[in-house]
Design a binder for this molecule. Structure first.
Ligand code: UTP
Length: 408
């Protein structure tokens, strides 16, 4: 893109300040900036003006969840089906690790965070150990795809190599990068990260399938005969991955996807709740759950909207192909965004100072026609690490690991 073209593009979006330092840049830096302007989708900034909820306005009703007693009764059947699928190489694991983990406050990728007490135990090490349980039970390595972003790719790949993939078979591991989106202040003016670079951040975890496709890895999925993709977050150190019980329950349900859920700890707990919207699977965000819905009871007298998703989903790959071109809603999230000030000095704000734009994996569930939510035992499978201390933190996860006999 030429300077003139960049100027016109930026002018049309009211972002001419991006070129403020152009005169000071070297030829190479100028080329980098022009390329970034060319690649950046500024139209996303319009969502700030239309900051209505990304949710639909349809009729919410409860969804049938396979609860623990049903899972226990059918444990053998589901495990057999799931293990068979894993053995035949039909199930892959997809780690969504492109996030910035700003709440944890480390400069390294979250997967490199050491949660050990007596010896180093990295988050990635725990995830691989969990996956190895299935590998050991099935006698085959599960194909393992890892999504990173421009911000953490090199470090994540180097870390895995340095640690010898924590014992995983490197030939069964593939990395791919997700897309980025510009980050802006509250008025929609994009921040500059450096004189030749617009502040960008990963565009949420909802674009993972498209990014995998762009990286050529869906061809790999077809080549390997993979039918089910188990996506999971980086921060839950207790989660079971490619879990035969869950895989079997989802396959047996005939649904296009399965979602692991936990019973909510309190009616107002801050987790997305799985339900139906106009008859289609839907995750209603905790802040969208009205007090009325919170109090609604089912025929057994239990809360009707009582199961929170833990970001561990199993998707039937061919159904994802069907919805890959659907545009997911854009969520506007208030976050801390690093930038350069008027003097060109870098600033790392202590508090949120603007918006990032994210598409979310939970919105993919809505695009699919059917989803089978499955309850898992909370104390055994849910130890998310979002913060250093307090709720969903390194501290709480350490306690949960100890309760599960994991020595840290
Ligand atoms: P979070 O919602 O915890 O977001 O991600 P985050 O951005 O990593 O953390 P904070 O809010 O800045 O502290 C849930 C999961 O989705 C992944 C994360 O890596 C994590 O596994 N994720 C999030 C992506 O893969 N890409 C993204 O753009 C955002």
């Amino acid at each position: 893109m030429t300077f003139q073209e960049a100027y016109q593009k930026l002018e049309s979006y009211g972002q001419l300040h991006v070129l403020k330092y152009y005169g000071e840049l070297t030829e190479e830096e100028r080329a980098q900036l022009l390329q970034q302007v060319e690649e950046t989708d500024f139209s996303i900034l319009q969502y700030i003006e239309h900051r209505t909820s990304a949710s639909g306005t349809g009729r919410i009703s409860p969804i049938r969840v396979m609860e623990l007693d049903e899972m226990e009764k059918r444990r053998e059947e589901f495990t057999r089906i799931g293990l068979d699928a894993v053995r035949k190489g039909r199930v892959a694991a997809v780690l969504l690790a492109g996030g910035m983990g700003t709440r944890l406050g480390s400069d390294d990728p979250k997967c490199m965070y050491d949660i050990g007490i007596t010896h180093p135990v990295f988050i990635m090490e725990r995830l691989v150990a969990n996956l190895m349980e299935v590998v050991d039970a099935a006698g085959v390595f599960v194909p393992f795809f890892i999504m990173t972003s421009d911000k953490n790719h090199e470090k994540t790949v180097a870390f895995m190599k340095e640690k010898n993939y924590f014992g995983y078979d490197p030939s069964m591991v593939w990395f791919f990068k997700q897309e980025m989106a510009p980050a802006a202040d509250y008025s929609g003016r994009v921040y500059m990260e450096a004189k030749n670079r617009i502040s960008t951040s990963p565009n949420g975890n909802g674009g993972w399938f498209l990014s995998m496709k762009r990286a050529g890895l869906i061809d790999k999925v077809h080549e390997l005969g993979i039918e089910w993709l188990n996506t999971f977050a980086v921060d839950n150190v207790l989660q079971r991955i490619a879990d035969p019980l869950f895989v079997g329950a989802t396959i047996a349900s005939g649904c296009a996807c399965g979602a692991k859920t936990v019973r909510k700890a309190a009616p107002d707990e801050k987790v997305g709740v799985i339900c139906l919207e106009d008859g289609r699977p839907y995750v209603v965000e905790y802040y969208e759950l009205t007090p009325e819905l919170m109090e609604t009871k089912n025929e057994n007298g239990d809360p009707a909207y009582n199961f929170g998703v833990i970001m561990n989903y199993l998707f039937r790959e061919k159904d994802l192909e069907r919805i890959v071109d659907e545009v997911l809603p854009v969520h506007i999230v208030e976050k801390k965004i690093a930038y350069i000030d008027e003097q060109g000095e870098p600033v790392s704000p202590p508090e949120p100072n603007g918006y990032k734009f994210e598409q979310l994996v939970l919105d993919m569930v809505r695009e699919l026609d059917s989803c089978q939510p499955v309850e898992v035992v909370r104390s055994r499978e849910f130890a998310p690490i979002k913060n250093k201390t307090g709720i969903d933190s390194v501290e709480s996860a350490r306690l949960l690991c100890a309760q599960n006999g994991i020595v840290l």
